[in-house]
Design a protein. Structure first.
Length: 441
């Protein structure tokens, strides 16, 4: 689309990118180039909030006295929270205090991110929404999205079905660990026909529950840098939904996101971090996530972050307007609580105990004829490869004959969510699994 049919605000943003980081401008989708944040009702309302002290008739909510109009039957459920912090609109990019608190959390937990020029996290309606925003900004029909074959199925719905991209997979595992060479080969093959690729890195992984080792993480970063140096423009999406849930089963794993190491790495590489309170704070239904950008050029990173912030706010404004105020307030309060670290540690240890029990039981030699356990060490899930029986057939038989629910993720693969198993349920689950396989054989 030519500049003469773009909104002047979009043109101005694109011109800033062209001067500061032309590589990032070329990464944008057609929609990404069109996006801007309007100077309309919201900006006029912000001015009125500052200066309209006597009468302010701008904001699209109903007020009563000095606060929002509320129904007692609704407000009573959250009576510990000021109605203005629960029921009013939040800014499109999210509450400023929450954005800053989440950045502080990222820096505390990811030493490799410290000192890097990355954008302030922008609030999304959970990580799925953040992934959708990234798609809007950077994916056009026909673009290639590189993901391992053990992937979260919603990538296909969001990027293939919704945006018309094509997902290209490679084998997740090789030699008992992550297939770095497979990632490099997939990038090389796709780069032969196009100059931009979207790469999704989901660690800890869903469905496998696998987190990279330090050596694998370094190798992944090296492979991405080499591809960027070869001239391919890379948008690398770090889907960190299960960040922090590291159990080190079978050996130590990384405890950081790759986002820090990838930020400011090369002009042809833009790192995008998707994370959130969803799993990290165990508040799935609050739908509170974040998207952060790590540009490749250090010297112009501030400009790139400002432009991407504006375009992201425009995308949010055009789709959901803003994420819920109440959810943001609850998460911001939790992050400020003195006990939050201890509380999270307690829950992580509970999940780790379940994961350790699964690791112990599933490795028992008596099950060797029934399934193969894929490596896992983190997150919510583990994956098994069933021997001699189709996964979907086994899944339905487990439901019908034994009232046991698992997820079939492939022809022979079953996903077990140990996150929702009590420790004492682990052994009976695998005994039932073996029994069901025998019955089908």
């Amino acid at each position: 689309m030519s500049d003469d049919v773009l909104n002047p605000l979009a043109v101005a943003l694109n011109e800033r990118l062209a001067e500061a980081a032309p590589e990032v401008l070329s990464m944008l989708s057609a929609l990404g180039k069109r996006l801007y944040f309007p100077k309309g009702i919201l900006s006029q309302g912000a001015e009125a909030k500052q200066k309209g002290k006597r009468i302010n008739a701008t904001i699209g909510i109903a007020t009563e006295g000095d606060g929002p109009m509320v129904l007692p039957s609704v407000a009573s459920a959250v009576d510990a929270i000021d109605p203005a912090q629960a029921f009013t609109y939040a800014p499109p990019a999210g509450r400023q205090g929450l954005r800053e608190a989440w950045r502080d959390k990222q820096l505390a937990e990811n030493p490799s991110q410290r000192g890097k020029k990355v954008g302030l996290p922008i609030v999304t309606s959970a990580i799925t929404h953040g992934l959708s925003i990234a798609g809007d900004l950077f994916i056009d029909p026909g673009d290639r999205v590189i993901v391992p074959d053990q992937l979260w199925g919603n990538y296909r719905l969001g990027y293939e079905v919704r945006l018309g991209a094509r997902i290209q997979t490679y084998p997740f595992f090789a030699d008992g660990g992550f297939n770095v060479a497979g990632l490099a080969s997939a990038m090389e093959a796709e780069a032969a026909e196009r100059d931009k690729l979207i790469v999704v890195l989901n660690f800890p992984n869903n469905p496998t529950g696998y987190m990279l080792t330090d050596a694998e993480g370094q190798a992944v970063v090296a492979a991405l840098k080499a591809r960027a140096e070869a001239g391919t423009r890379l948008v690398v999406l770090c889907d960190d939904a299960y960040f922090g849930l590291f159990y080190h089963l079978g050996g130590p794993s990384m405890t950081e996101s790759l986002f820090g190491a990838l930020s400011n790495l090369h002009p042809n590489l833009l790192a995008v971090k998707l994370d959130g309170a969803t799993k990290e704070l165990f508040v799935w239904g609050l739908r509170c996530g974040f998207i952060s950008f790590g540009p490749g050029r250090v010297e112009t990173a501030d400009v790139v972050n400002e432009v991407l912030d504006a375009k992201t706010r425009g995308d949010i404004r055009a789709s959901i307007s803003n994420s819920p105020q109440l959810s943001q307030t609850l998460v911001e309060r939790a992050l400020g609580a003195d006990s939050i670290d201890a509380e999270r540690s307690e829950k992580r240890q509970l999940l780790q105990a379940r994961a350790q029990e699964v690791y112990r039981v599933a490795r028992d030699s008596k099950y060797a004829d029934y399934f193969e356990m894929y490596p896992f060490n983190s997150g919510y899930f583990m994956l098994i490869k069933v021997r001699g029986v189709g996964a979907e057939r086994l899944r339905t038989h487990l439901l019908d004959a034994h009232q046991v629910g698992l997820i079939a993720t492939g022809e022979h693969d079953l996903r077990i969510a140990f996150s929702c198993l009590e420790k004492e349920q682990v052994e009976p689950l695998f005994e039932t699994l073996a029994q069901a396989i025998d019955e089908l054989r």
